[in-house]
Design a protein around this ligand. Structure first.
Ligand code: NAD
Length: 321
């Protein structure tokens, strides 16, 4: 039986893209789900299929505010902590955003958990903690970890905080380092950007960087299943798991898939050339591929390859945007 069965679960950021899919998944088992979300990038409509189900509670609150979240953690069995500023690009203009929304938010959630004696935390980290890894696919024990974006640094700092709370206060943690997660309800990222650009101009597509950036993409349905299976199967005090697909896809191929799904022919691609040797922006990792054997070992398997996840996402977002 899943550890989630009959559990009282808190999901920070549960009205966001991944969070709302996670809620859909855990509502199959949990006794109660409390979503704490300030709706900066989340959307209440993502949870509308659950309205009327009195097991789901959506609380509009800011997880950087200790007093505001404290009452909702009382009696919780575990916290899935997803609330964050997930945009790697914003940091170049606003260096504090990730410090506040990612590091301070994680600290505040941990403090509230400690006060309410909640032991289990599941955290959504990222492949960007590896920086420019020299080992590909990159395993979880790769080091030294040298993120090249403030976003990556803020997630690594959050991982470190969780590790210290686990050993100091007897908590248990599961850290997931995600590849690029894609799927319906996505509100940012390369597929979203391409669709918006092609809607504005069907003949020309601007591609940030040199188009050769190559990364692993995982479908959000596979991702949330991995989050549940990893939590269930993890036996470490602090488990760390990469979540991605074994394949990777370059940006030009993503453009090809999106234009094909949109039924467009003859679109001219214009690569901007980017910065620092073809990156889309400062802090953009050029090649990302994750070693996923640890999570596969817990019985999870992605149903969709990187290319399939991109195609399904393009189809879904075309209807949504
Ligand atoms: P998202 O922006 O859709 O979700 C983030 C959610 O957190 C939103 O609902 C937002 O309203 C909420 N939020 C932000 N700051 C908050 C605050 N201070 N208080 C309360 N709520 C707040 O992004 P997502 O893509 O669903 O990302 C979810 C998590 O997964 C994030 O932690 C992100 O860093 C991580 N992640 C995502 C990806 C990806 O490819 N999408 C990859 C690696 C890691």
């Amino acid at each position: 039986m899943s550890k989630l069965a009959d559990a009282r679960v808190v999901v920070t950021g549960g009205a966001g893209f991944i969070g709302s899919h996670l809620v859909d998944r855990i509502m199959k088992e949990a006794a109660e789900v409390w979503v704490l979300d300030n709706l900066t990038s989340g959307n209440e409509d993502f949870l509308d299929r659950w309205y009327g189900d009195d097991r789901l509670h959506l609380v509009r609150t800011d997880v950087t505010k200790f007093e505001s979240i404290l009452p909702y953690l009382k009696g919780a069995d575990l916290v899935f902590h997803l609330a964050a500023n997930p945009d790697v690009r914003t940091a170049a203009e606003n260096t504090y955003a990730h410090v506040e929304q990612n590091i301070l938010a994680t600290y505040t959630v941990l403090e509230a958990m400690r006060h309410q004696k909640v032991t289990d935390i599941v955290f959504t980290s990222t492949s960007t903690v590896y920086g420019e890894a020299t080992v590909l696919p990159t395993p979880e024990d790769y080091g030294p970890l040298k993120p090249i974006s403030i976003y990556g640094a803020s997630k690594l700092a959050s991982e470190a905080l969780i590790s210290s709370y686990v050993s100091t206060f007897g908590m248990r943690g599961v850290l997931y380092r995600f590849a690029n997660v894609v799927g319906s309800r996505g509100t940012h990222g390369v597929i979203f950007d391409f669709i918006k650009k092609l809607r504005a101009d069907q003949n020309r597509l601007e591609i940030l960087g040199d188009g050769k950036q190559r990364k692993s993409y995982v479908h959000v349905k596979d991702c949330v299943e991995a989050m549940v299976m990893g939590y269930d199967g993890n036996e470490e005090d602090l488990g760390i798991y990469n979540i991605g697909t074994e394949q990777s896809t370059d940006v030009i191929t993503i453009a090809d898939i999106v234009t094909e799904v949109m039924g467009l022919a003859g679109v001219k691609y214009h690569t901007t050339g980017g910065v620092d040797g073809g990156r889309g922006w400062k802090g953009d990792v050029k090649v990302m591929s994750l070693d996923i054997r640890a999570i596969l070992g817990l019985g999870w398997e992605p149903r969709y390859s990187s290319d399939e996840a991109i195609r399904m996402t393009a189809q879904a977002l075309l209807k949504e945007i």
